[in-house]
Design a protein around this ligand. Structure first.
Ligand code: COA
Length: 160
């Protein structure tokens, strides 16, 4: 069972940057294009705009993962976008990703948004099958070799 707590950049930054580097490795097979500076400024901006969308997941007294949520325009409407869904290695493969998804659904619905989107790379087969198992459909294929599938789930039609 995970608890969600706010992000404190001063305290959490070193950990967050290591999570993000790992996400690059998992998603692209390399950290060559990872820039800590770029991520720092993106995250600071997201925290300033929508702190509730940015959370650490806590298991007992350990940080087990992270969620970053955004609101984005898509084909003339606003959709909830999961920018980061991340569990540290010891917490993967135990069904906890579903708790992170549920947090995201809960926040999006509370803000009046009933459609959830995200991007996943082809090489991240575990994440692709995880999202499909949770009802997401692939709605747009990668446009480049390093690109990502766009996946979507209608929260109103699902059983969330
Ligand atoms: C993707 C993720 C959020 C899924 O959450 P989860 O709680 O691990 O999900 P599940 O327990 O349902 O397992 C997901 C899959 O990983 C497999 N798995 C098992 N042990 C694992 C481990 N130690 N590490 C990674 N995956 C593992 C599961 O068997 C399952 O595969 P399947 O769908 O083929 O059955 C989580 O694994 C994660 O944070 N991964 C790393 C970051 C990432 O890829 N995020 C998504 C970016 S778009």
């Amino acid at each position: 069972m995970l608890a969600m707590r706010p992000i404190d950049m001063a305290r959490d930054w070193e950990m967050l940057v290591s999570f993000h580097r790992d996400l690059f490795e998992i998603s692209f097979g390399s950290t060559q294009e990872f820039s800590a500076e770029r991520y720092r400024s993106l995250l600071a901006d997201r925290l300033a705009r929508w702190p509730e969308g940015q959370r650490l997941a806590i298991a007992g007294d350990e940080v087990a993962g992270q969620v970053e949520l955004l609101m984005r325009a898509y084909e003339g409407r606003t959709v909830g976008f999961i920018s980061v869904l991340y569990l540290t290695p010891p917490y993967r493969g135990r069904g906890l990703g579903e708790e992170l998804l549920r947090y995201a659904y809960h926040v999006f619905l509370r803000y009046g948004v009933d459609e959830c989107h995200l991007h996943v790379t082809e090489r991240n087969a575990r994440a692709l099958s995880f999202y499909e198992r949770h009802g997401f459909a692939r709605i747009a294929p990668p446009e480049t070799e390093r690109g990502s599938w766009r996946m979507a789930l209608c929260l109103a039609a699902s059983e969330q």
